[in-house]
Write a protein that binds this ligand. Structure first.
Ligand code: HT7
Ligand code: ZN
Length: 877
């Protein structure tokens, strides 16, 4: 595979103004007629160059230029990847007819079939699997799409924009024509044809226009669309109120599809969703699923402006739309629920998974400089770190100037394909701030490390804080420059009071703020805080104000203090995590230690007892740092040792707090009908955490509660909470019984069966390798369905860490075999699944040698896809 470099970007030689498509859909394939009106790009210097169109897995039937049939070899060449029209006038009409086979398309890129329905996925480079086209996002055209299909199997025919014509074709066939008035890149094209039912609603926009909202699903799922529809309406309102963005077409459609490589896709006016990201009912979806659906519906909807109206010039700019849109959906979710809890969730994902990516062989900047296969760059760095970069601009500018900047960005670039630099420029121009140094966040990979030290001058009442920043080397990047980092902090007095932060020796303490955002720009900076009568306890990087690691020598006593006194909820949680990490790490280095830090137990006891605290925050604080996070923090992690130490701390906490846990369980049980509010989510989370801890210590009363909760549950969060607790316990009979009952109840619901697979594959009791291999042979497992693959293989390798990292190497060998198998049918999924092996260098030698061997096995597979080639070769370098 070839490497593509940002530095080689050239404007397109030809522009396409309109695209006229006609799809004739049949059981054994589809014929696609495409007519493009093309003209030379006045900005291109390549005058009289051939017209080159991209194509992948197409059968070319006919090419005509301005009505004249072209001859292969004389007038055009088909290379397997391109259609090159040798000579073209400065303006012309090109018609291409292709034949494709959606029913055999297992890659799920382009046009494919899922549960009998035709559907498309064109981002990033799927449109070229449908027809020949200059398939790059800076070629924006207006599309008209006619779909012809069998009336009985495909009564519903959808594409982007508004339907302008429909009719009968005889012989049991019909057609619908759609027209999208907005120019768009080919990656936003979509088509759906199938037997679907429609859930309909209306949204009246801020200017009084009525928008027709429709969610299309298979008949059996008709009752599971309400939450997605409500989420959509909330998103539409929020985007008007917070960003001043009104919806533009008269219709907005969402379609649920079972086989989908990612979560969802923001095609103009016709979003296509993985079924698991739309369908929900109280009985079948957990609270987490409800929240995820709301966030993804919002994310795809927000793309209508951040991505569709203003799109990316090239795929190096992917974070322009993804980072900004994740920031927007994250703020939306915070506004809909608990902002602190949302921030904790975002920071956890960053610190556990994105930091790992940023320290691994595939580390890349938010705006990468090169890639081989763009599908491999839909990463946590592009999405989540990209969102943090936008959040930092928001922090530096403040909400009003940020809004001015986003207004300017949308106004200036509406209808254009632009760069991350254009985004930053709009922020600069609207605010008057210089973001030159800040731009390094887009170009430098790696997680900055902030090392903080302090001293207190009691005579002068001055507290000095020194912050040093270093940015680690990453592939192809060394000796990095210091970045511009917003660093929010507060200082606490001995009573827990928030101290005034005076940066000048003169000035009035009463007017000084108790929280500040320091701006770090140098390798080392010292800040002086005046007028402090005692040495304060620092509360650093509040709200996780930048995606960085902070090292400061907090004592355990200080952490306990911050856990109960920090006015910033995020840092209260963070202090608890740091304390737990410290306790677990000391058990790893000295496993013979008899005593486990009593202050940790007492801090947890206080949390369980204090009902005045925000219970949503308490629910989060009770979660111990995950094994994945502990691995990420370690230098040469021994996974088995981490697993043992964490389990020991958990059972010690559960044993010491047994009575409090039973009380917590009962205090958070009952309480009315099921609702998805932060309070009731917190109650369910607390009682399910209490339950899981009780079962961990083989508490028979806990077991009885779990069995009862499992059978009495009126919602999936409680049923799954009880099932998970039983599956992770030593109560083998109850575990088998509950698993069998669960499958029996829900076997006809694919999304619930996915949860059933996942709960087993993630369990160190029920998910050892032989059991996982048995799951792959289960009748409900389907090698063509990415969700099933993720719920067994992905969950085993990504969440069942002790079993996956079995020191005998069996987990690695297993993953390598599955990845090789999948590479032939769905390379995108294969390349994503291999990720856990790619971090082999990080692990203790006994693990890393075996991981390396497994990667070698994949490298040696004949006919490796470009997707897998890039990931495996970069990891082995
Ligand atoms: N923009 C969408 C990306 C996406 C995708 C990318 C590669 C292969 C398949 C895909 N499906 C969806 C999703 C989003 O970020 O909104
Ligand atoms: Zn997105």
């Amino acid at each position: 595979p070839q490497t593509i470099h940002l530095s080689e970007y050239k404007v397109p030689t030809y522009l396409v103004d309109t695209v006229d498509l006609c799809f004739q859909l049949y059981d054994d394939g589809a014929r696609v007629h495409s007519t493009l009106s093309v003209r030379q790009n006045p900005e291109s210097k390549d005058v009289s160059a051939p017209f080159t169109l991209d194509g992948d897995s197409l059968n070319l039937e006919r090419v005509t230029l301005d009505g004249k049939a072209l001859v292969a070899g004389d007038d055009y060449e088909e290379t397997g990847e391109h259609l090159v029209i040798t000579e073209v006038p400065s303006q012309f009409e090109l018609t291409v007819v292709t034949w494709i086979e959606p029913q055999n398309n297992t890659r799920l890129e382009g046009l494919y079939k899922s549960s009998g329905m035709f559907c498309t996925q064109c981002e990033a480079e799927g449109f070229r699997c449908i027809t020949y086209f200059p398939d790059r996002p800076d070629v924006m055209a207006r599309y008209r799409t006619r779909i012809e299909a069998d009336k009985a199997t495909c009564p519903v025919l959808l594409s982007n924009g508004n339907d302008i014509d429909r009719g009968d074709l005889g012989s049991g066939r019909h057609f619908v024509t759609w027209e999208d008035p907005f120019p768009k890149p080919s990656y936003l094209f979509a088509l759906v044809a199938g037997d679907l039912v429609e859930k309909q609603d209306t949204f009246t926009t801020c200017s009084g226009r009525d928008i027709d909202l429709r969610i299309y699903v298979e008949t059996r799922n008709a009752a599971k669309c309400e939450h997605a529809m409500d989420s959509l309406k909330r998103s539409m309102r929020w985007d008007e109120e917070v960003y001043g963005r009104e919806y533009d077409l008269d219709i907005f459609m969402i379609v649920a599809v079972d086989d989908f490589n990612m979560g969802a896709m923001e095609n103009k006016g016709l979003n296509i969703f993985n079924s698991s990201c739309v369908l929900a009912s109280q009985e079948t979806a957990t609270d987490l699923a409800f929240q995820r659906i709301e966030a993804i519906v919002a994310h795809e909807y927000f793309h209508n402006w951040s991505g569709n109206r203003v799109t990316c010039r090239d795929w190096f700019q992917l974070s322009l739309k993804e980072g900004f849109t994740v920031f927007r959906d994250s703020t939306f979710s915070a506004d809909m629920g608990s902002p602190t809890v949302k921030r904790i969730e975002d920071a956890t994902l960053l610190r556990t998974a994105q930091f790992a990516e940023d320290a691994g062989p595939m580390a890349h900047p938010v705006r990468p400089a090169s890639y081989m296969e763009i599908s491999n760059f839909y990463t946590l760095t592009i999405y989540e770190k990209g969102a943090e970069v936008v959040r930092m601009i928001h922090t530096l500018l403040g909400p009003e100037l940020f809004r001015k900047g986003s207004d300017l960005y949308f106004e200036r670039h509406d209808g254009q394909a632009v760069t991350t630099d254009d985004f930053v420029k709009a922020m600069e121009d609207a605010s008057g701030r210089d973001l030159t140094q800040f731009r390094l966040w887009y170009d430098q990979a790696g997680t900055p490390l902030l090392t903080v030290s302090d001293n207190y001058d009691s005579e002068q009442g001055v507290y000095r804080l020194t912050i040093q920043q270093t940015i680690p080397d990453t592939p192809e990047q060394t000796n990095k420059q210091s970045q511009h980092i917003p660093f929010a902090l507060g200082l606490l007095g001995i009573e827990g009071e928030a101290l005034p932060l005076r940066l000048e020796s003169t000035g009035d303490a009463a007017n000084a703020p108790t929280e500040r955002v320091l701006e770090l720009t140098e390798a080392s900076q010292t800040f002086e805080f005046y007028g402090l009568a005692q040495k304060p306890v620092p509360s650093l990087l509040r709200h996780f104000s930048a995606p960085v690691r902070v090292v400061y020598p907090w004592s355990r006593e200080q952490l306990v203090f911050l856990m109960s006194h920090d006015p910033d909820g995020f840092n209260r949680w963070d202090a608890g995590q740091r304390l737990a990490v410290d306790v677990i790490q000391s058990l790893i280095s000295s496993p013979e230690t008899a005593e486990i830090e009593p202050r940790l137990v007492e801090a947890y006891r206080a949390l369980l007892a204090d009902l005045s605290l925000d219970q949503a925050l308490v629910a989060k604080m009770l979660q111990l740092p995950s094994e994945a996070y502990l691995i990420e923090l370690a230098d040469s992690p021994d996974v088995a040792a981490i697993h043992r130490a964490r389990e020991r701390v958990l059972s010690h906490l559960a044993t010491s707090l047994r009575d409090e846990l039973v009380a917590c369980y009962h205090a958070n049980t009952g309480g009315g009908a099921y609702e998805v509010t932060p309070e009731s989510i917190a109650r369910r989370s607390l009682r399910n955490t209490a339950l899981s801890w009780l079962l961990l210590i083989n508490d028979d009363a806990g077991r009885d509660l779990a069995v009862k909760q499992y059978s009495d549950a009126d919602n999936m969060t409680d049923r799954m909470g009880a099932l998970r607790a039983l599956v992770n316990s030593d109560y083998a009979a109850e575990r088998s019984q509950a698993l069998a009952d669960f499958y029996e109840r829900f076997q006809d619901d694919p999304q619930v069966v996915e949860q059933w697979f996942a709960v087993q594959a993630s369990s160190d009791r029920a998910g050892q390798l032989p059991q996982v291999q048995t799951l792959l042979k289960h009748a409900a497992f389907d090698w063509k369905n990415p969700n099933k693959i993720r719920s067994v293989i992905g969950v085993f390798a990504g969440q069942n860490l002790a079993a996956f990292h079995n020191p005998d190497g069996s987990g690695y060998g297993f993953l390598a075999d599955q990845v090789c198998r999948l590479d032939d049918s769905n390379p995108q999924i294969a390349a994503r699944l291999v990720a856990p092996l790619t971090r082999w260098k990080k692990f203790a030698p006994t693990y890393s040698a075996l991981m390396h061997k497994a990667l070698g096995k994949i490298r040696d597979k004949p006919e490796l896809s470009a997707d897998l080639y890039e990931v495996v070769h970069k990891s082995l370098e």
